[in-house]
Ligand binder design. Sequence first.
Ligand code: OGA
Ligand code: MN
Length: 269
Amino acid sequence: MTLHIEPSDTTIGARILDLPLHRPLDEVEQAAVEKAIYDHSVIVFPDQQISQADLVRFTNYFGIAVPHVRKQLDNRELEEIFIVSNVKENGEPIGALGNAELTFHSDLSYLHEPGTLSILYAIEIPAEGGDTHWCDCYAAYDGLSDEMKHRLVKLRAVHRHYVEGQNPETPASHPVVCTHPATGRKALYVGPHLTKYIEGVSDAESEDLLSRLYEHALRPEYVYRHRWGVGDLVVFDNRCTMHRRDPFPDEQRRVMWRTQIFNDVSPVP
Ligand code: OGA
Ligand code: MN
């Protein structure tokens, strides 16, 4: 069995066109998809027609789908599904994250044991805006000068959610450069949305270093931009990518179902 994998024209991201996900995958297919995730970090399955149960089954091939740490309304068939949406019903948001820009982050990095894979499945898409951009954090790391790589060895950064109640009691701290447990490759692991400061250096040095790293990681050659179509399912590996989302008009509807996987492990240098 060979999947037709079409890499994007940047260093990250690929599409798999010929694999319907409304039916169970056999072990060979599961292994081929897992390999594609490790090779490309972001995999797009366009034009799927799946149920919430299909999404959870697919997620469980790669770990265990867990309910998100943020509580949501009782409006989902399955608790493992997290709704990302700006839509309001009876004045109440049906999901999380609104319509504003989200800057680069790796999901759940404010936890001691952050998310590994996340999956987004597009139910409704606005006519304008709302594109998601993934940064290749392996390539961003590889593209740093030797001097900068050397400077980052042993540095750790504190990550916090902007909603204080989401944070663990002791703040999560992770290496600035992490090694992916499956690929063995090093990836930059800081982003402007959730990383607060680098430990053990002055505030000024932390700010200077983080802003230089963010500017570097924003370079277009490291980024895959996704213009969503209804039915697109995207799997991404938070251990070697960051993502950001463009804003979109609040009067337009955007609804995504999302699942996430944890590994019960902390990132390692
Ligand atoms: C998320 C997220 C981006 C998007 O669900 O963690 O960042 O495009 N979503 O909805
Ligand atoms: Mn996210």
